[in-house]
Design a protein around this ligand. Structure first.
Ligand SMILES: *Cc1c(COP(=O)(O)O)cnc(C)c1O
Length: 378
């Protein structure tokens, strides 16, 4: 059985005007004209795939997501190339992570292929929304929520998968701005056996207060330590982190309490190809600060889809501040940023096949198209 996707395009005269200056968009404020939706129930499996208008959801106040936080999401970008085509970066990796998150949150798995097919169908329809200006992109947010109206605590028997998208500006409109991060000393993001490896709203809810307190003290983000010994570095806000110490790049492993980031995995792969020594292992905050004292802490950088590479210029811990790379951007962080964005925007070769070009939408969108996948349940 093949899932059919209904297409209900918004009439051209009802579509919004595109933003005038995409470099000033910021992040997550403007959305395109359409969204993808698909429903699931324990009884009927996946059904009702639709590419229709971007509009508010009708949701019962008893919908389980609102009470028990049964929700997961992904974040990826569509990039405009110099030739005018549109690229996605490793979307199958986002699909795979979405499955792992769904499993952990006891949500239904999408039918194989549905994640990428839905993202591609939406981006193809909204291709004119992919901005041209340097550093801009179309951010895509696939999400799965428990919609069953039920207040008993158990996995929901109804769920909604949706994909929305919106143009975003460059993360650093004025060029690289190294971030100031402070180590979270009172709060924990994720404990072993918890939700840390899932991309789920609850992890963010747990992080907000720490982030607000850090901001009030003049820091951009929080660096999380492990929950048990409070010594091992885990990750930063919505980014993974790496340390260059004495020529070697050390990155905490995707251990179950951190999110397995696609950007850091790509960065480490590039580094190995450049013959830079890479170690994926646990690293304590003490080892980092000892390297700082020894003068061997060369660079610290975050990696995530939003900023790609985010140099850390200052680290704060136990009331002391440590300047890194002279408070600026280290050469390796810069080279990684240039190479990754070069590949994403189609300006550099893609030897590892990370790019998936979005096929052009048909000139007149059809009313129905097969989503090339079998219907399947949980
Ligand atoms: C999304 C995310 C990352 C970065 O993952 P990418 O795949 O590189 O975008 C890192 N940490 C957390 C907590 C995240 O949610």
């Amino acid at each position: 059985m093949t899932l059919q996707m209904q297409i209900a395009p918004v009439p051209p005269e009802q579509r919004q005007a595109k933003p005038q200056d995409p470099t000033r968009l910021g992040f997550g404020r403007v959305y395109t004209d359409h969204m993808f939706t698909m429903r699931w129930s324990a009884e009927h499996g996946w059904h009702d795939a639709q590419l229709g208008p971007f509009e508010p959801l009708a949701l019962s106040p008893a919908a389980m997501v609102l009470h028990y936080a049964q929700t997961i999401f992904e974040g990826l970008k569509a990039y405009r190339t110099p030739q005018g085509t549109v690229n996605l970066f490793r979307p199958a990796d986002n699909a795979e992570r979405f499955d792992r998150s769904a499993e952990r949150l006891a949500l239904p798995l999408l039918p194989p292929g549905a994640f990428v097919a839905a993202v591609e169908a939406l981006v193809a329809l909204e291709r004119d929304w992919v901005p041209q200006a340097p550093g801009t992109s179309l951010y895509v947010r696939p999400t799965l929520i428990a919609t069953e109206p039920h207040l008993g605590v158990r996995p929901a028997a109804e769920a909604l998968f949706f994909v929305i998208a919106g143009p975003v500006g460059p993360y650093y409109p004025e060029g690289f701005a190294p971030v100031r991060i402070t180590v979270a000393e009172h709060y924990v993001r994720a404990a072993p056996g918890g939700l840390g490896a899932a991309k789920t709203g609850a992890n963010y809810a747990a992080s907000l207060l720490a982030a607000e307190e850090a901001k009030a003290e003049g820091y951009t983000q929080v660096l999380w330590l492990d929950a048990i010994e409070r010594r091992y570095v885990e990750e930063v806000g919505a980014m993974n982190i790496a340390f260059k110490i004495g020529g070697t790049v050390i990155a905490p492993p995707a251990s179950g309490t951190t999110l397995a980031g696609i950007t850091i995995r790509s960065a480490l792969h590039l580094l190995r190809g450049w013959d830079v020594s890479v170690e994926e292992r646990r690293i304590t905050i003490d080892e980092v600060l000892q390297a700082h004292a020894d003068g061997t802490l060369e660079e610290v950088f975050g990696a995530g889809t939003a900023a790609v590479i985010s140099p850390v210029g200052l680290l704060a811990y136990q009331g002391r501040q440590y300047e890194i790379a002279g408070g600026g951007t280290g050469p390796l962080a810069q080279r990684l940023f240039d190479e990754l964005t070069g590949i994403q925007y189609g300006q550099r070769p893609d030897p590892d096949g990370w790019i998936r070009a979005v096929p052009p939408a048909p000139p007149t969108p059809r009313r129905q198209a097969p989503l090339p996948l079998p219907a399947a349940g949980r």
